[in-house]
Design a protein around this ligand. Sequence first.
Ligand code: HQG
Length: 181
Amino acid sequence: MNETDVIRVSKKLSHYLRHAPGRIGIDLTTDGWVEVDVLLTALTGHGLRLTRADLDEVVSRNDKQRFAYDETGRRIRANQGHSVAVELNLPMAIPPAVLYHGTVARFLPAILRAGLRPMSRHDVHLSASVATATAVGARRGTPVVLEVDAQAMADAGHEFRVSANGVWLTRGVPPAFLRRR
Ligand code: HQG
């Protein structure tokens, strides 16, 4: 598979496994899984003919490791980023002292007033590295990176989880824990 195909298939998988399983007539379990066979059949029915080997390739080559198989290898899910109701059952984790969030200047007034909110996703997405946060912000324009005092948040009882692909997740970040970098 060439890189363009991997990206094209990844985008479709992200869409179906995070946001719109109904579009291809599949159901996700409450923790986000779908049987690989069911997924491949549904994709074929919607014009995307993939073998299991193709899917393996996309899962392993995806730039952000967005997808994972369960321990049996028979089910697949998106590691994070859902808008459909799922409970990923990720364990709580102790965050690094500082985490980063990439956004753009036009959202800052609202963010500094209301804090970081999950918007259409389940959680606010935070990164352990400035570079990743910068890339996330750059999807929308000139990136602005916010520093999150994750240690103070954790001390104050806010819960953090980390997805299988290293994205830090929390339900919201009040403005008091935010600082423009
Ligand atoms: C902003 C991609 C106004 C927030 C990326 C962001 C990431 C507010 C946007 C992952 C706000 C939400 C997530 C508030 C937050 N008022 N705007 N109170 N609070 N915002 O896409 O973090 O490719 O849902 O700053 O790489 O940009 O999908 O979140 O700009 O890891 O795997 O509202 O998505 O990964 O946008 O990106 P998003 P995000 P994937």
